[in-house]
Design a protein around this ligand. Structure first.
Ligand code: ADP
Ligand code: MG
Length: 264
């Protein structure tokens, strides 16, 4: 059995992230989220899909502890979120790398903040740089890398701190279609290898169906959970085969039907 198939066969896992009736009204009055309740199971990849501006990034930031909810609460591994914490790592859409620092320093930055000694943090960083396919680029600077490579640096940095929960906000949106497909493959491999809980925001229905165990769709803002879909796709096969599979195509169609009513 392939590692990806093994992931699907796991028994129902406990919720790692629990969102309880979370609402968010920004100062100025924009109501982004309206009483959202949803669980994110441990060891699975759950995607958030929804119309542009519906509050996906807002929800991810609240879970990360970067901004407060107006009401409601979030629990991670049973503990109420009151701010950022080492068990959660955020992979930003725009990479958020330090342009003046090497790949090594960028990747090891989370450990540097934790006060881990240089030799130790560089050993850990080296491992993750290699695991995202950037071996040999340790001394390069962000401007010397392609968009796809910069995104890998962001991912390696998030992996380095050994968080239980990886929050990924449209991580592949800034790269071209071919790189994006390669990333999707890499992500599936990574999930099979690392037992982590992934919360993945994307605006691509196809991408969500391809990489996810569960897909949570959100309505237009102030958003609420619209549907929860668990694609029943047999993985561990050729990617092109999966994209022609009837379960894959049916799931894409079902989600499209449920989301298209939110388009203007
Ligand atoms: P998504 O990621 O789904 O595209 P966002 O979470 O970024 O949506 O935004 C949801 C809504 O909240 C949008 O209408 C956006 O303009 C608004 N918004 C986001 N951030 C802020 C902010 N800091 N202040 C006021 N409004 C904001
Ligand atoms: Mg967003």
């Amino acid at each position: 059995m392939s590692p990806q198939a093994a992931r699907k066969a796991e028994p129902a896992s406990r919720p790692m992230v629990q969102v309880h009736r979370v609402s968010k009204i920004y100062p100025g009055g924009v109501e982004a989220l309206s009483g959202i309740s949803v669980d994110f199971p441990e060891g699975q990849l759950t995607s958030l899909l929804g119309p542009s501006g519906c509050g996906k990034t807002t929800l991810l930031k609240i879970i990360a502890g970067l901004i407060p909810a107006t009401s409601g609460l979030v629990e991670v591994d049973g503990k109420t979120v009151t701010g950022p914490g080492p068990e959660r790592a955020f992979v930003f859409q725009d990479f958020a790398l330090m342009p003046w620092a090497t790949v090594m320093r960028n990747v090891a930055f989370g450990l540097e903040l934790k006060g881990v000694a240089q030799s130790e943090r560089e050993a850990v960083a080296e491992k993750y740089i290699a695991s995202v396919g950037l071996k040999g680029f340790e001394r390069a600077f962000p401007h010397e890398l392609s968009g796809g490579m910069r995104q890998r640096v962001g991912l390696a940095r998030a992996l380095c701190v050994n968080a239980k929960v990886l929050l990924m906000d449209e991580p592949f949106s800034a790269v071209d279609e071919q790189t994006r497909r390669k990333f999707q493959e890499d992500l599936l491999e990574l999930i099979a290898r690392e037992h982590k809980t992934f919360l993945f925001v994307t605006h691509s229905i196809e991408e969500a169906v391809y990489v996810s165990d569960r897909i949570v769709t959100l309505s237009r803002r102030p958003s609420q959970v619209s549907s929860i879909v668990e694609p029943q796709i047999a993985r561990g096969r050729d990617p092109d085969q999966i994209r022609r599979d009837s379960a894959y195509l049916d799931t894409v169609e079902t989600i499209w039907q449920s989301l298209k009513r939110y388009l203007d």
